[in-house]
Design a protein around this ligand. Structure first.
Ligand SMILES: Nc1ncnc2c1ncn2[C@@H]1O[C@H](COP(=O)(O)OP(=O)(O)O)[C@@H](O)[C@H]1O
Ligand SMILES: [Mg+2]
Length: 331
């Protein structure tokens, strides 16, 4: 593994299948599209595609299309000549030029304008483009790896994404499942991030997670996927001072505080106005109940009377819920 490469952790069937697919498509000189919710590892997969290709020792250039204004994006991608626009005092290479004979990773591809999409199609198909402010056609050999968290076929059918570019990009599409649909990966990832953070803090040991903490981690919906898991674990490790004890304190929301601005009017996060309707209300509510009880138990280090108090329940009511969900207590 190269110096720049990060290990890809995961044991679930769906993740292993993705790694197979990545190895299969990596050596081909074709564009690839990586699709998935934020934090599912799209960028890491793009790196793997590059390093497993024949271009591995050539540049891998990255650009987040969503982070740049439309007018700047074109000159970022294709470069410009001196005087091409007001601030362009000197000529500049674009990302395609910099990535020549290597790979170009374009994140948040769905946000690009139609005019950028048209130029992308041309450079993918014919390897040709012009710098802004120049009529000289230049040639490049770049393998494009695109990423998006949007459904491009839907955007294409409503005319917001070019169908011909989509066809060309979608030579192969790698779709990363959200973390909540591959729960077998949660603990291996959590332990990996915990160990890394332990080393980073210069501590000798990581004593694992308490049963309650594991339950919490395994049952969380992880809307921010692996990136969120990483943050939650790193925070739990650095806040944990009894280093010979298993980690039990898990805080999902770092903004959680009684002093948070607007905290009094805040709605419960599971009842946001844009929350899609649950497919099965009863099991959805059960999952929520379990989630909040686990969290209260974690906040109170497993102390059931305190947890009951926090949730406005009697001790017996809490016991009932713990039993109903077969929640395992303490280590
Ligand atoms: N399979 C994995 N194993 C280890 N770390 C991962 C894995 N997938 C993602 N990560 C880490 O999670 C974070 C988010 O990944 P990233 O590729 O930036 O996601 P995305 O581009 O989909 O938003 C990064 O810190 C990345 O290193
Ligand atoms: Mg990303």
């Amino acid at each position: 593994m190269g110096r720049d490469e990060q290990p890809l952790i995961g044991e679930s069937q769906s993740f292993l299948e993705i790694l197979d697919e990545v190895s299969r498509v990596a050596p081909l000189n074709r564009p690839v599209l990586v699709v998935g919710e934020r934090g599912t590892g799209k960028e890491l997969i793009a790196e793997r595609l590059h390093f497993l290709s024949a271009r591995w020792d050539r540049p891998l250039v990255k650009l987040n299309c969503g982070a740049i204004s439309e007018s700047l994006l074109e000159s970022e991608l294709f470069g410009h000549e001196a005087g091409a626009f007001t601030d362009a005092s000197r000529a500049r290479q674009g990302r395609f030029e910099l990535a020549d004979s290597g790979s170009l990773f374009l994140d948040e591809l769905a946000t690009t304008s139609m005019s950028v999409q048209e130029k992308l199609l041309r450079v993918i198909e014919y390897g040709q483009y012009e710098r802004l402010g120049s009529s000289r056609t230049r040639e490049v050999d770049v393998r494009l790896i695109g990423a998006t968290n949007m459904d491009l076929p839907t955007l294409a059918s409503s005319g917001r994404f070019r169908a011909d570019l989509l066809d060309r990009l979608a030579f192969d599409v790698i779709t990363l499942p959200p973390l909540r649909d591959r729960r077998e990966d949660i603990m291996p990832l959590a332990e990996h991030f915990a160990m890394r953070m332990t080393r980073e803090l210069g501590r000798e040991v990581f004593s694992g997670f308490s049963t309650n903490a594991r339950e919490l981690l395994l049952n969380h919906p992880w809307p921010g996927n692996i990136r969120q898991l990483k943050n939650v674990i790193e925070r739990a490790i650095y806040r944990h001072d009894e280093i010979d004890q298993p980690v039990s304190g898990i805080q999902f929301d770092p903004f959680e505080s009684p002093w948070r601005p607007g905290a009094n009017q805040a709605r419960p996060s599971a009842a946001r106005p844009d929350e899609p309707l649950p497919e099965d209300l009863r099991s959805h509510l059960d999952a929520l109940e379990k989630h909040f009880v686990l969290r209260a138990l974690a906040d109170c280090q497993g102390h059931q009377r305190k947890a009951a108090e926090q949730l406005g329940l009697s001790y017996d009511q809490l016991r009932g819920i713990i039993k109903k969900h077969s929640i395992k207590l303490r280590h």
